[in-house]
Design a protein around this ligand. Structure first.
Ligand SMILES: Nc1ncnc2c1ncn2[C@@H]1O[C@H](COP(=O)(O)OP(=O)(O)OP(=O)(O)O)[C@@H](O)[C@H]1O
Length: 364
């Protein structure tokens, strides 16, 4: 089975006034000069996944300046052996809407059809910078396996923000906390289970891989103590932590205190101490494992967005990446400044050229 966009219309989105793309299911190699609007196309595709897309931008930031009041993305998606008309849009900075085959739907409904995963340049420092980026990276992987993960994360974060507000205001009345902690315990436990399951899927897929990319030993660790094992344990831990949390002015226990620890398996070196190229190769390896695992689970690999990945790999690894993408049958959308970065793909990919025109980006 395949999972691919065969049409994409990008309207008033970032630098694109109106772009109509016809896709044939092959990987899509997009090249053009800096600032032309290549990444904006990948970002548009990422908006078919639940949440704020690969740049985590607000609806207003994505609206084409200066004239537009909103943006719209529509496409024809081949998924689960069928063709779906999918649309998502935002008007005047309002919450993003979704329609599938003309009917109003949720972002998660769309995410169940359009599984999308990505690697973007800001992830280059993933292993070096703070734990939040690594949690987000893992959550995206978990979400690709189960789009409802997005909902659990949203509810958890909302409840935690509210609890942190109470803590900051030094509210000591237990009854204000009980319901919030109940909700945090239930969703927090779901988040933890989904992350552990995602890691299991990745490990299995890595073991089966013969891609020439290094594999990573991955562990989910807690910044402090251990993650409570059940929802009840987490509720109790939150309850017990109240006085400590009041002193800190924030919640100190829960899945928001988890971190993803990675080791370059063959060398036994923590990912953060690997060379820049090795760190990139580890990320590519993880995204390929994600795609392979998902193909095993739902019968089709996800749509894979690789922003400026080709330029950072040597020719051998680039060829290995392309071979793996083609072997998986994934519709990978890849960007680079010149066509030479995609030469190893030959006619296995479709090429789009993006340039800057008088009225915004032009796609040929
Ligand atoms: N809301 C917006 N309205 C209009 N233009 C925008 C908006 N947001 C970003 N842009 C423009 O989009 C362009 C950047 O597009 P994009 O990030 O897709 O470039 P790119 O082709 O991937 O370039 P690079 O090779 O440098 O990464 C910039 O010129 C920027 O000014």
């Amino acid at each position: 089975m395949t999972l691919a966009l065969t049409e994409l219309t990008v309207s008033h989105f970032r630098s694109h006034k109106l772009a109509r793309l016809s896709l044939d299911g092959r990987p899509v190699a997009i090249h053009g000069p800096n600032g032309a609007g290549k990444t904006n196309i990948l970002e548009a595709v990422s908006m078919f996944s639940p949440g704020r897309g690969m740049r985590r931008a607000s609806a207003a930031e994505m609206t084409r300046r200066p004239e537009a009041l909103g943006w719209k993305l529509s496409g024809l998606l081949q998924a689960q052996g069928q063709s779906y008309e999918i649309e998502t849009w935002s008007e005047a900075g309002a919450a993003r809407q979704v329609r599938i085959d003309g009917k109003s739907a949720s972002q998660i409904d769309l995410g169940k059809l359009a599984r999308v995963v990505w690697l973007i340049p800001s992830m280059d420092r993933l292993w070096i910078e703070g734990a939040e980026g690594r949690r987000r990276f893992l959550d995206r992987i978990a979400l690709s396996f189960d789009p409802a993960h997005a909902e659990a994360s949203l509810i958890y974060e909302k409840s935690m923000r509210e609890r942190n507000r109470l803590l900051k205001e030094q509210v000591r009345d237990a009854h204000w906390y009980a319901a919030l902690e109940g909700q945090m315990a239930e969703t927090g436990h779901r988040i933890h289970v989904a992350r552990m399951a995602a890691l299991d899927h990745l490990r299995t897929a890595q073991d089966q891989a013969e891609t020439g990319f290094p594999s990573a030993d991955l562990e989910l660790v807690q910044t402090e103590g251990a993650m409570p094992e059940t929802a009840d344990d987490l509720r109790e831990a939150l309850n017990e932590s109240r006085f400590r949390d009041l002193a800190a002015g924030r919640t100190l226990v829960g899945p928001h205190r988890s971190d993803l620890y990675g080791v370059f398996a063959a060398k036994g070196v923590p990912a953060k101490d690997c060379s820049t190229g090795e760190q990139k190769a580890l990320l590519v390896s993880l995204i390929l494992s994600n795609a392979r695992a998902l193909a095993g689970m739902i019968g089709a690999p996800p749509i894979v967005l690789l922003d400026e990945v080709a330029a950072h790999l040597d020719a051998g690894r680039r060829a290995a990446l392309y071979d793996e993408i083609c072997a998986l049958g994934a519709q990978a959308w890849m960007t680079g400044t010149g066509p030479e970065l995609f030469s190893e793909l030959g006619d296995r990919a479709q090429t789009l050229v993006v340039t800057e025109g008088d009225e915004g980006s032009v796609v040929d």
